[in-house]
Ligand binder design. Structure first.
Ligand SMILES: [Zn+2]
Ligand SMILES: [Zn+2]
Length: 447
């Protein structure tokens, strides 16, 4: 493993030629520390003005204006409200992308802070507050900070930095593609073509100063299950003259439980099949004609996903058949699994360990939640990690999880996020740049 060596640079020293990219780290750290209060102020402003997916107009404007001022080449309105910005370094090297998602959630904030969100909206025909209840405000602010750090050292960068501010990670319900998927469709990974991508998610239940990650499958693929079951209506007192879809649905629910327990190799990865709702029937003494079951499926890789989907269809249709009923199974494909490229993860972990301390970089179990960063990782090698946002000394069991009205992020973890993303970029550049004659000597020293 090529462990980056710090060159002990002091601020003000010229970095124009001959230095390995890891030599930029002390300067990165200094500027990240210097802009901490700015990053926090950006986050508070964004927190007070959250916007739902594909409506991040104000957020995108703030981002675009900031990046333009810093000298980035800025493309707006990518995938509705997305912003893609490019900073070409002074030396040749790879194109490294960093991604932040920008959307808030239909949650009414209960946290008593001066920058509490008072935004209200209508969502699914219900009046609701809007809140950054997943911490995407932190992601935007941290990446704005990274943008500023890199702008100050543009001529020394051996490669190109591409910043991707993405809308609608939490999904939109208007059909079609959206979020990361649509950013890719609209060219976010092209011109210039991105070689690798990094992203982080702040976590309300991980202590500030700590970083959690997992090589390989990290977060689940999420698919939606709908089973339409058709029986034959009859009087509740004479079930023998009909086909009861309620009893059949019960058997199907039990049958689905055997997929994870009997078919999935749980030593590799877990999986989840949940039936979340059954809608059917109208009166106590009528056996209905039909009913509908809906649920969610969580899997951690293409092969496992295909197996679980196949078994759901087999189990449901055959149980229905055995009862004389008919099951129509529909599986709506959602986000793919978030899979950290194993080789890239292996190469980059020493960067995070050197920054945060080995004891603070922790391998975490798989998460059954989903994240559309996975679409980028399907196209190019990507690494996604979790950044601590819980106040020191608190217990993860006592603090509010994501997507809840009491969700709270301790801002003292942001600077580590700015440094982590920046260090990953410069180390990746160092590992993937062709040495120029002037930097050949420095390169040799670092190996
Ligand atoms: Zn979320
Ligand atoms: Zn999120």
């Amino acid at each position: 493993m090529n462990r980056p060596i710090l060159y002990g640079l002091v601020a003000g020293l010229s970095l124009s030629t001959g230095f390995a990219q890891s030599g930029l780290k002390p300067v990165i750290n200094q500027s990240a520390d210097a802009i901490e209060s700015k990053v926090i102020a950006w986050r508070r402003d964004l927190h007070e003005h959250p916007e739902l997916g594909n409506q991040e107009f104000r957020t995108a404007n703030i981002v675009a204006e900031h990046l333009r001022k810093l000298g980035y080449e800025v493309r707006e309105k990518v995938a509705v409200t997305g912003v893609v910005a490019v900073l070409k370094g002074g030396k040749p090297g790879p194109v490294v992308a960093l991604r932040a998602d920008m959307d808030g959630l239909p949650v009414t904030e209960r946290v008593d802070v001066p920058f509490k969100s008072k935004v209200m909206t209508e969502f699914n025909n219900q009046k609701t507050g809007v809140m950054h209840a997943c911490g995407h405000d932190s992601h935007v602010a941290i990446l704005m900070g990274v943008a500023e750090v890199f702008a100050s050292m543009q001529k020394d960068l051996a490669g190109t930095v591409k910043l991707i501010f993405q809308p609608a990670e939490e999904g939109v319900y208007t059909g079609g593609t959206f979020g990361a998927n649509r950013m890719i469709e609209e060219g976010a990974l092209e011109n210039p073509k991105v070689d690798a991508i990094f992203g982080l998610h702040i976590n309300s239940q991980t202590e500030v100063g700590k970083i959690r990650y997992r090589p390989g499958a990290t977060m689940a693929a999420v698919d939606q299950l709908t089973i339409k079951l058709k029986g034959k209506q009859t009087h509740g007192a004479s079930p023998w003259s009909g086909v009861d879809p309620i009893v059949t649905a019960s058997q199907i629910v039990m049958g689905l439980q055997t997929i994870v327990s009997r078919n999935v190799d749980i030593t590799e990865n877990p999986a989840v099949v949940t039936v979340g709702a059954i809608h059917g029937g109208i009166r106590y003494n009528i056996i209905p004609e039909s009913l509908e079951m809906i649920g969610t499926i969580r899997t951690f890789g293409d092969a496992q996903q295909a197996l679980v989907h196949r078994r759901i269809k087999e189990v449901s249709t055959h149980i229905a058949e055995s009862a004389g009923a008919k099951a129509d199974v529909e599986i709506g494909i959602g986000y793919p699994a978030t899979v950290n490229d194993p080789a890239l993860t292996d190469k980059m972990i020493p960067t995070l360990e050197a920054l945060a301390g080995k004891e603070n970089v922790i391998i975490s179990p798989v998460a059954t939640g989903a994240e559309d960063f996975s679409y980028f990782q399907k196209k190019i090698p990507g690494f996604f990690f979790f950044l601590g946002g819980m106040a020191k000394g608190k217990s993860p069991y006592d603090v509010a999880p994501h997507h809840t009205p009491d969700f709270y992020i301790d801002e003292s973890g942001f600077t580590l996020g700015v440094k982590a993303l920046s260090h990953l970029v410069v180390d990746y550049m160092e590992m993937n740049s062709k040495p120029t004659p002037t930097s050949a000597k420095a390169k040799k020293v670092s190996k």
